[in-house]
Write a protein that binds this ligand. Structure first.
Ligand code: SF4
Length: 329
């Protein structure tokens, strides 16, 4: 059973043997916002980050565990600074506009973003990016933008909707995909493991609003935690005509995106079930029984599917999504 008594500060102290930093330190970065996609994101053309570091402070986040993913100054020796150091990239919106106007993004697939949550950025910044996209000539637009978040992208749902309706992609897939992280419906676990992210009901509300706007949402049950009502949540996704979902368990000793070692040790002591292969198999069976084997995707294929999600199951997808778009039109 989840240890409801533990707070974020308790877990932080357990991991790093010190108290939680009292504030997030914000600075500026001269880094560029767009880079060619490499490594585990190589199925996309570009990755975009408008800031360095992520203020969400998820204690399980894989980013500080990968030495190449973020500078040491952003994570600290053990990962203890991750979530408490953020550098906003100078003129991120201006940089984006320049790329867009130059044609650098035309026809490209952009992953926004694997190493900092795009919706942990100021609302004015994400809104301005969608406004730029809506104002761009259609031949300059990216093929697809994949937003990876556990915050509230629904604040831009209307702009995304407008963009989706006015953008024709060459492969006939969606112009916008929201890969939405929702790993548990236990608010006590969200509070204890993630410093600044929305609770379960708010995340479901975000998914509902995005779907009502006719947008593609791929719920990402990652890292897969404990659930009060997994089946009920999956059925709600089905009611929302969500064609498929992805999931990922806590990872240790794999080739990429490992859960940091201190958090694995914490799980071993406090939630060994989450690392238990048999239990994971039982959860996989629930996902597959309700969603279907080919619509509950795991691991690398799941991640790769985001680049062309409409190809996962064309027949079902055309049924599920067009209904909502017609309702809105
Ligand atoms: S929101 Fe995502 S990138 Fe940010 S700390 Fe949490 S898991 Fe890491």
């Amino acid at each position: 059973m989840p240890n409801a008594a533990m707070t974020y500060d308790d877990v932080y102290r357990h991991l790093y043997h010190q108290n939680t930093p009292t504030e997030v330190h914000y600075g500026q970065s001269e880094s560029v916002i767009l880079r060619p996609a490499r490594g585990f994101v190589d199925g996309f053309d570009l990755t975009m980050q408008t800031q360095v570091g992520c203020p969400a402070g998820c204690l399980f986040c894989y980013v500080p565990a990968g030495r190449m993913l973020t500078p040491a100054a952003m994570r600290g020796e053990m990962g203890e600074r991750w979530g408490f150091e953020v550098r906003r990239k100078i003129d991120a919106v201006g940089q984006f506009e320049a790329h867009l106007k130059r044609g650098d993004l035309a026809g490209k697939t952009i992953y926004w973003s694997g190493v900092t949550d795009p919706y942990a950025a100021p609302a004015g910044e994400t809104r301005a990016i969608w406004e730029q996209l809506n104002a761009a000539a259609t031949h300059l637009r990216p093929r697809r933008i994949i937003v990876q978040t556990r915050f509230r992208p629904d604040r831009d749902a209307l702009l995304m909707h407008r963009y989706e309706l006015s953008t024709l992609t060459l492969d006939e897939g969606p112009a916008v995909v929201i890969s939405y992280s929702i790993g548990t419906d236990h608010d006590d676990l969200i509070r204890a493991w993630e410093r600044a992210t929305p609770l379960f009901d708010q995340r479901m509300k975000a998914i509902e609003t995005l779907r009502e706007a006719g947008l593609w949402v791929v719920p990402t049950l990652s890292p897969f935690g404990l659930w009060n009502n997994l089946a009920g949540t999956l059925r709600r996704f089905q009611q929302l005509n969500i064609p498929y979902l992805t999931y990922l368990f806590f990872k240790r000793e794999t080739h990429s995106a490992n859960t940091p070692a201190p958090f694995i040790r914490f799980l071993e002591q406090n939630h060994p079930l989450l690392l238990d292969r048999q239990w994971q198999q039982s959860q996989r069976r629930v996902l597959e029984a309700i969603y279907g084997e080919d619509r509950a995707l795991f691991g690398k294929p799941a991640f790769a599917s985001l680049a062309a999600p409409h190809q996962v199951d064309k027949e079902y997808l055309s049924l599920g999504l067009l209904e909502t778009e017609h309702d809105l039109a």
